[in-house]
Design a protein. Structure first.
Ligand SMILES: Nc1ncnc2c1ncn2[C@@H]1O[C@H](COP(=O)(O)OP(=O)(O)OP(=O)(O)O)[C@@H](O)[C@H]1O
Length: 366
């Protein structure tokens, strides 16, 4: 997949611009606060239908009532035209080849990998960050998984309401919700374990080539449900029910759902030590770099399409060796968009096109 062109209309600090990036490494440079990240955000928005910043409707140019992005992607050499429009109420309209369609059919489902400075938090931050990573960033290629996750979240919300209000006294209603809770929960759990099974070996391999073979990275899924084996959903449902029964009193006391994938975590172990607590800054950067490069590979293997890479302000944060590792890996393979205030000569040789961003305008280096 690659992005052929993109038209921004009242998007952040852009009035109206048409941009045709190349199908290679696009380097976007300029001073601070000129619109480099905004441009990446527009690419992300066209590919996935939402922003990677806080509120979607914040993308609307100040003083305007709506914002739109039109883009043409090529998927297996076939053009796909996208229109993603949002108004001040936050209402979105997505057109794919002229027909109104849902977000889930946007080209981003074939993989848009975003790497930002705060991705270090995936390792160091709270468990919710790691769950978000697996659900949103890896799970984006599995529509069924995403659907189950949404259903599961709705059930947990209902269940929590019942526990909060009635302290679990309304056993009849709880029983009805439990049926869906165990099924969707088991499907999400099984989905996550399957995703990690495919993804972890790629991450380990990437990490070894960044950090060296003397450092062994392991990814472990820590579930609040004791799983007796495998990814078989029916078996996980039984495990779930068993665990649910033993923790029933605790749930009534705490007035919330205490087990399930919404409470699980993932740990990264380097030579058996938890990187979150014992990893150096450099090791944590290497894990994140391994996560991102493995994501590119996973998407390519799973979807048969080349994913797109967005690197926002991170390249210069990496040391020389990691910079070159990454650039060598993506050069000639993945359409990439890299933002930075500076462009060193050592990096320039990998770059296919350089763009200067200045006050909401984009100009190609002549
Ligand atoms: N909704 C909006 N409407 C108009 N301008 C906006 C809007 N949101 C942000 N901006 C402006 O966009 C600019 C920031 O753009 P962006 O985040 O892309 O900067 P950048 O070039 O990536 O900078 P840095 O190098 O500091 O990361 C700021 O000048 C900000 O005031």
């Amino acid at each position: 997949m690659f992005l052929k062109n993109i038209l921004l209309n009242d998007f952040r600090n852009y009035d109206k611009i048409l941009w045709e990036p190349c199908n290679g490494i696009n380097f976007i440079t300029g001073s601070n606060a000129q619109g480099k990240t905004n441009l990446l955000e527009a690419v992300f928005f066209s590919g996935l239908g939402y922003s990677f910043r806080k509120k979607d409707r914040d993308v609307i140019r100040w003083g305007k009532t709506h914002s739109s992005v039109r883009a043409t992607y090529f998927l297996k050499d076939m053009p796909v035209d996208i229109v993603a429009d949002i108004n001040e109420e936050g209402k979105k309209k997505i057109l794919i080849n002229g027909a109104e369609d849902g977000r889930k059919f946007l080209p981003g489902r074939f993989g848009i990998v975003l790497f930002r400075p705060d991705d270090l938090e995936t390792i160091k931050g709270p468990p919710a960050r790691r769950r978000e990573f697996i659900d949103n960033e890896i799970g984006m290629i599995e529509p069924v998984y995403r659907r189950r996750l949404q259903q599961y979240r709705r059930v947990v919300e209902q269940r929590n309401n019942l526990l909060r209000v009635g302290g679990g006294k309304d056993l009849q209603s709880l029983k009805i919700w439990n049926e869906q809770f165990y099924r969707y929960g088991a499907e999400v759990l099984s989905g996550r374990i399957k995703l990690l099974k495919k993804y972890s070996p790629l991450v380990r391999e990437m990490y070894a080539s960044i950090a060296g073979n003397h450092e062994n990275l392991e990814i472990k899924y820590l579930s609040t449900v004791k799983i007796s084996g495998g990814t078989d959903t029916e078996q996980i449902i039984n495990d779930f029910i068993f665990e649910g029964k033993t923790r029933e009193k605790e749930e009534f006391y705490k007035k919330q759902t205490v087990i399930g994938p919404h409470r699980d975590d993932i740990v990264f172990l380097i030579n058996k030590q938890d990187a979150r607590h014992y990893g150096s800054q450099g090791q944590i950067r290497s894990i994140v770099l391994a996560l991102k490069t493995a994501q590119l590979q996973l998407f390519r293997l799973e979807t048969g399409e080349q994913p797109i890479l967005l690197l926002d302000d991170v390249l210069m944060e990496l040391d020389d060796r990691r910079q070159h590792y990454l650039l060598q890996l993506i050069a000639g393979k993945y359409q990439s968009f890299i933002t930075s205030t500076t462009l060193d000569d050592s990096i320039k040789r990998y770059v296919d096109r350089v763009y200067f961003v200045n006050k909401g305008t984009v100009k190609e280096e002549s």
